[in-house]
Design a protein around this ligand. Structure first.
Ligand code: SF4
Length: 506
């Protein structure tokens, strides 16, 4: 049994996990359906419009970022392009270096998960607190989020109660109101003490250089307004041309993500003085020029494809061995892990940019060290181009972005529900099929297809079925494990269909 099968079996055997997953995803699906049916009779037309907006964001990506950069710089903000993870992490560390003495509050962000930013900051001596309740829970749990928008979806309130008891030293409770109040009290102290904050970005509006952040808890509003220094990190695909274009996405995101007609709070922050925007390119740059797989970048990280996926809904996010779980994780994983290279653009270009960036970082670091300031990165770069100072303590975190993520291609029933649910029309299941066709087949699949080809020769077919009919049923089933574990028995009838047919007609 391979590693992926073991993980799947482990997840399915965990009755609490399966119950938590089914309950949470079904609730979200039901809510989504009722909002769409009740408020958006033109949902399909909205999907077309959202798709067109996202497509323009990719088609005109360079020009749109130039526009955003000009607007941000005009207001005195800092704009940093990070060609690779080292540059992205380094830029954040450098911007926050003067704030090391006080807590740093951090909003939920998938791109910073991708970069391992919080762990890199902790390794540099920062005290970092996730401020989204779900993200705080998984930070305490020392596990990656198991969902894009609901990081602690895998846990029941009883499990969360135990975690709070251990972490905060409070009496056990599983009451959601009490648990929320405890988290609130803990976080309020951190917010009041923090001088710097880190966020991701739902969108950046090109025409105004505005950072747009959606949330329900108010923690992002506090992170961005109580601190004197704000660093936002975004993937290069998150640009939107105009405020008018943003409208359709703002209506669709909360419905698709949490089944809400409207999310609690949306912040529009015109980036300027005291702000730094780090635009992370990484594998996205080459993917942008890739004719076949470019549509992956249309994604707005809503999580609807996770909630509707029959596989994700049972096994949960930690089975995927990738920072992005579910269907979007299945198609992002191979590129994120580097096991699949986009066709055009080229990895070489990314590596050259990364190398150039490293030498710039080093020069900058030396300069800062000479001036007594904190160098953003030392010379100890890891083999993977990340800071060599990234923590290696937790093996659960190690699995993120691992090469194993390409094995996730098997975690799909190809039912196409993800594609239908996607608000921006990412053709998810078609991409899974293309990636599967281009990747090495698992041994069992090779065996099955090889056998199929061999048995298409009539003589061999007759011989094999005659031989198979002699095998006792239990032996045939045992030989065909694991196929027969989930499916009907393989015992063959004595006499095949062709010979029965011949007899009857005679
Ligand atoms: S692929 Fe579509 S449904 Fe899935 S997270 Fe991205 S935008 Fe949402």
């Amino acid at each position: 049994m391979n590693g992926l099968n073991r993980l799947v079996d482990g997840a399915l055997a965990d009755a609490v996990l399966v119950r938590n997953m089914v309950k949470a995803t079904e609730h979200s699906l039901k809510a989504r359906r009722s909002v769409i049916e009740g408020h958006y009779p033109d949902w399909e037309a909205m999907r077309e419009r959202a798709h067109a907006v996202r497509r323009r964001s990719l088609d005109e990506n360079a020009a749109l970022w130039a526009q955003a950069e000009a607007a941000i710089r005009r207001r005195g903000g800092e704009f940093v392009r990070a060609p690779g993870p080292t540059a992205a992490v380094g830029s954040v560390l450098e911007a926050l270096a003067p704030y090391k003495g006080s807590p740093v509050v951090k909003a939920k962000s998938m791109v910073t998960e991708e970069l391992g930013l919080r762990e890199a900051m902790e390794a540099e001596g920062f005290e970092v607190h996730e401020t989204d309740l779900g993200e705080l829970i998984v930070q305490w749990e020392r596990r990656p989020p198991s969902h894009i928008t609901a990081p602690a979806i895998h846990l029941s309130r009883e499990q969360i109660g135990r975690l709070f008891e251990a972490k905060l030293g409070v009496p056990y409770t599983s009451d959601p109101v009490e648990l929320t109040a405890l988290a609130r009290r803990f976080l309020r102290e951190k917010f009041l003490a923090a001088r710097a904050g880190v966020t991701g970005a739902n969108f950046i509006v090109a025409e105004t250089g505005t950072l747009v952040l959606l949330e329900n808890e108010g923690n992002i509003r506090l992170t961005t307004s109580l601190t004197e220094r704000l660093v936002a990190v975004t993937g290069m695909e998150k640009i939107v041309p105009t405020l008018d274009d943003l409208k359709v996405l703002l209506r669709m995101l909360p419905v698709s993500a949490t089944g809400q007609f409207q999310n609690g709070t949306t912040s529009f922050i015109p980036l300027g003085r005291g702000h730094r925007l780090v635009v992370y390119e990484g594998y996205r740059r080459a993917l942008l020029d890739d004719g076949e797989f470019r549509d992956i970048l249309l994604c707005i990280r809503c999580g609807a494809c996770l909630n509707i996926c029959p596989v994700y809904g049972l096994v949960g996010g930690h089975t995927y061995r990738s920072v992005y779980p579910g269907p979007i994780g299945v198609i992002t994983g191979p590129f994120l892990s580097g096991s699949r290279k986009p066709e055009a653009g080229s990895r070489g270009e990314e590596e050259r940019r990364e190398a150039g960036d490293r030498s710039r970082q080093k020069a900058e670091g030396d300069k800062q060290a000479a001036g007594g300031r904190h160098p953003s990165l030392g010379p100890d770069e890891g083999k993977d181009g990340r800071s060599g100072r990234r923590p290696r303590a937790d093996s659960k975190l190690e699995t993120r972005n691992s090469k194993l993520a390409s094995g996730n291609l098997q975690l799909s029933s190809l039912c196409g529900a993800c594609t239908d649910a996607c608000p921006v029309k990412v053709p998810i299941h078609s991409i899974i099929l293309k990636l599967r066709a281009a990747s090495p087949k698992p041994p069992m699949e090779r065996l099955a297809f090889g056998t199929g080809r061999a048995l298409s020769v009539p003589g061999l077919w007759r011989f094999a079925t005659a031989l198979g009919a002699l095998l006792p049923r239990f032996l045939a089933d045992r030989l065909a494990r694991p196929w027969t574990r989930e499916r009907g028995s393989l015992g063959l009838a004595r006499g095949d269909f062709a010979s029965l047919w011949k007899k009857r007609r005679l």
